[in-house]
Design a protein around this ligand. Structure first.
Ligand code: NDP
Length: 402
């Protein structure tokens, strides 16, 4: 049905390309480009062994707009799926506009020198994509991504009005390392150490990073401490479902992870400003990334499950107040057996494949820049069930008490 160019050969890129190859009726041709060619080759080899599909690979620095556009012109894909890092978003969007191709990603643009997760840089491209008759789909991972579609699904089928929305992200997996992050360490640590922000009655409420803790009993994982954080889908959901009075995002962290992080922060290893080292500038967080385990290498040892979902309270179709919990539970070992990657990459790479399928099949179409909750949730939700991320909705006794 279509030809795709995936950019980025990390854990998420690996899962997405495997899942695309398993859906060859939609993805007729899959091309993979990334900065380090051997990483693309390793993914292509695994895909060939598991599915028999050939994936041509290319070395590409996606910070270079001209080089990216030239590769797009050479391959002529219908869609570019950006699974590199948030820093590349704007440059890849520029290259797509230059070459006249649809765009999608899983994480919003961030400037390198400031940990700011805001959509305005990418939303500013709306008119240009609209004029060009092209679609840009933002944030087709799990969170943002599935959590955004969960919200629009609840709104479409269960609640006429959503008053409060809590997104709960629990990774109950254990990788056996003293300290490692489940996706790109630089992006992960920038996100976790940023001040927390939630949306309340039309205003942002900012609190210090990791200062607000709540324990929660997650199905298939157990009782965990989760922490209030800022996450980018709060910004898009409060924009596209403006009735919501309160949106919060929670993520679980183990005590060992937090202790290591505190020490690393205290000694300056999470800084993102340059420091002089042996006559050259280095960014401490980038150096730290170089010594931490690659997220893609954690798959083999990670055991346990993730449980990510939305709890929404609002006015149901029958006029009464109701609270619903919609979530997915994903098993690290099953994810690894299927694609050779752990569940955090899996829960991001599968929705990336589904978002791409929505565009290639024309089920989601529009000229301009769109977030996930702006499209019909039903075909996306259907594919989650049949492609490895089944979900469940249940009614809770009442609203959250915290
Ligand atoms: P990784 O760090 O494992 O992979 C990133 C890949 O992008 C690497 O192969 C890297 O190349 C490549 N890359 C980096 N810079 C460039 C560049 N300039 N040109 C070409 N390729 C480049 O990250 P993940 O796979 O864990 O994450 C991928 C994306 O998914 C990130 O944007 C992350 O924020 C997002 N994400 C979204 C989630 C969601 O739920 N929405 C959850 C998890 C992640 P090299 O190997 O040379 O460094």
């Amino acid at each position: 049905m279509g030809k795709i160019l995936v950019i980025g050969a990390g854990g998420v890129g690996s899962v997405a390309v495997h899942k695309m190859a398993m859906n060859a009726d939609i993805f007729n041709e899959i091309h993979l480009a990334s900065r380090t060619l051997p990483k693309c080759e390793a993914i292509a080899l695994s895909v060939k062994e598991r599915t028999g599909i050939d994936v041509p690979v290319y070395a590409l620095d996606a910070d270079d707009i001209a080089a990216t556009s030239a590769l797009i012109d050479q391959i002529k894909p219908d869609l570019v799926c950006n699974l590199a890092l948030p820093y590349q978003d704007l440059n890849i969007m520029e290259a797509c506009l230059k070459s006249g191709v649809h765009y999608m990603d899983t994480a919003n643009y961030e400037p390198r020198d400031e940990a700011k997760f805001e959509y305005h840089w990418q939303w500013a491209y709306h008119e240009r994509f609209k004029q060009a008759g092209l679609t840009a789909l933002l944030g087709s991972g799990f969170d943002p991504g599935v959590t955004s579609v969960f919200a629009s699904y609840l709104k479409k089928h269960y609640l006429d009005r959503i008053d409060t929305l809590d997104i709960l992200d629990c990774n109950g997996g254990d990788h056996g390392q003293h300290f490692a992050t489940n996706f790109n360490p630089e992006i992960n640590i920038r996100e976790v150490t940023a001040p927390a922000r939630h949306w309340l009655n039309g205003e942002w409420i900012e609190t210090p990073a990791l200062s607000h803790k709540q324990s929660f009993d997650f199905e298939a994982v157990g009782e965990k401490n989760m922490y209030l954080m800022y996450h980018e889908e709060i910004e898009s959901l409060k924009t596209h479902i403006p009735e919501i009075k309160r949106i919060r995002f929670w993520m679980t962290f183990g005590d060992a992870y937090l202790t290591h992080l505190e020490v690393l922060q205290n000694v300056g290893m999470t800084r993102i400003d340059p420091v002089m080292y042996e006559g050259r500038e280095i960014i401490p967080l980038q150096f730290l990334k170089a010594v931490l385990p690659e997220p893609a290498s954690l798959g083999e040892t990670t055991k346990g499950k993730t449980n990510i979902g939305d709890i929404a309270t609002g006015i149901a179709k029958d006029g009464s107040e109701k609270t619903y919990y919609i979530n997915n539970i994903c098993d690290h070992e099953a994810a690894f057996a299927e694609t050779g990657n752990q569940a955090v990459s899996y829960t991001t790479g599968v929705p990336a494949m589904i978002g791409a399928a929505m565009i290639l099949t024309g089920k989601w179409a529009g000229d301009g820049v769109f977030n996930m909750e702006q499209f019909d949730p039903d075909p996306f939700m259907e594919m989650l069930n049949t492609h490895g991320l089944p979900w469940q909705v249940k009614e809770l006794d009442g609203p959250l008490t915290f």
